[in-house]
Design a protein. Structure first.
Length: 130
């Protein structure tokens, strides 16, 4: 492990970082999401010239997982190769919270730097609920 980051998720993230589509910001992000059955889903950020249509890596990974039938998750690693740390945005945290049963870990890693670990509830203490 690299300072708390799951090695397998980190290794996978580094192989996908060049697949991110970030021609405007140059800020490539990868999210690797693990479900409770140890299946792994990868997402990358996809930018659009109409910035509101840009999709974060975390939601790409989540939507891929849901498409495959996953509904319960253990952890997500969010990775970028250069600062700043890729703390998930509010929209991604809210989307993840819909599938959190109180134990989802969020790992944040900048290539060559430290790995930070959070409970999802630390980053979004009061998610919207119907």
């Amino acid at each position: 492990m690299v300072l708390g980051c799951p090695e397998d998720l980190l290794s996978l993230a580094t192989t996908y970082v060049d697949n991110a589509y970030a021609p405007y910001s140059g800020y490539r992000v990868v999210a690797v999401l693990r479900d409770v059955h140890d299946r792994v889903f990868v997402g990358v950020n996809v930018e659009n010239p109409s910035y509101g249509l840009t999709v974060c890596a975390e939601r790409v990974a989540l939507f891929s997982a849901v498409t495959a039938g996953a509904r319960r998750f253990k952890e997500i690693l969010v990775y970028t190769s250069k600062p700043p740390p890729p703390i998930p945005c509010g929209a991604c945290l809210q989307a993840l919270s819909a599938f959190d049963e109180g134990g989802l870990r969020v790992y944040v890693h900048v290539g060559g730097g430290l790995c930070e670990s959070f409970a999802l509830a630390e980053l979004l203490p009061r998610p919207f609920r119907l």
